[in-house]
Write a protein that binds this ligand. Structure first.
Ligand code: CA
Length: 230
């Protein structure tokens, strides 16, 4: 039975979601604050988490961050549910590693549809990742199927684009990529994209890679390369 963990402090909303999900045949576990939700996620290993942002004890951002920072829970799909609908929240939520975002008030039907879509995607993903290749370079480990990078065993909090950028560079050691080429490959932009996007992401990525950041070298007048030391 598919298990969904619902972390939501408003009882009425909790009940509404529970009713609609149980109707679809899902098993619903509910937590009323962030700390309880995080504990339940760790113990129950749900197939998906519906996470409210404004929560007592530990807010949704902190819950999301804690889940993503732990290899055991990093892969759980998370759909953020929130009354705060400013675009900035959405961006922060997605950067923290949430998979989807729904604003309150929402229609239960839409929530169910998004949950189904996410579970389907996860299933496809699991089927493809039976033989995952982990790339290792010095203290860095890159887990392509989960979009996880660890430095000395500790997961780094990379955004999807930062991950894709690192992945492309590290799988092509010493090859020099122009900014335009990176824009095309990672952002899927044509020649019209702004190459400063690349510079900003490289800079953030280097920062997050800490002392390993220097492996991403600037090649003056051209672009970047992953310096694998030969
Ligand atoms: Ca709330």
């Amino acid at each position: 039975m598919v298990k969904i963990l619902l972390i939501e402090d408003e009882v009425a909303i909790q009940e509404l979601i529970r009713f609609n999900l149980e109707k679809e045949g899902y098993k619903v576990l509910a937590a009323g604050d962030g700390q309880e939700g995080l504990n339940m996620a760790r113990n129950e290993k749900p197939d998906l988490i519906v996470l409210d942002l404004m929560l007592p004890k530990l807010d949704g951002y902190e819950v999301c961050k804690a889940l993503r920072a732990d290899k055991a829970t990093a892969k759980f799909p998370i759909i953020i549910l929130s009354a705060r609908n400013e675009i900035v929240d959405k961006v922060i939520g997605l950067e923290l590693g949430a998979d989807d975002y729904i604003n309150k008030p929402f229609s239960p039907k839409e929530l169910v549809a998004r949950i189904k879509a996410r579970l389907r995607e996860q299933k496809r993903h699991d089927q493809n990742s039976t033989a995952q290749t982990v790339l290792t370079f010095a203290e860095l480990e890159v887990w392509p199927d989960n979009y996880i990078v660890t430095l000395a065993g500790k997961p780094l909090n990379l955004t999807t684009k930062e991950f894709e950028l690192l992945y492309l560079l590290i799988t092509n050691p010493n090859r020099v990529f122009s900014r335009e080429h990176l824009l095309q490959k990672v952002w899927d932009y044509g020649a019209t994209g702004d190459t400063r996007t690349v510079d900003v992401h490289v800079s953030n990525l280097r920062h997050k890679l800490q002392h390993m950041g220097r492996t991403i070298e600037t090649v003056r007048g051209v672009g970047y390369r992953f310096a694998a030391g030969n």
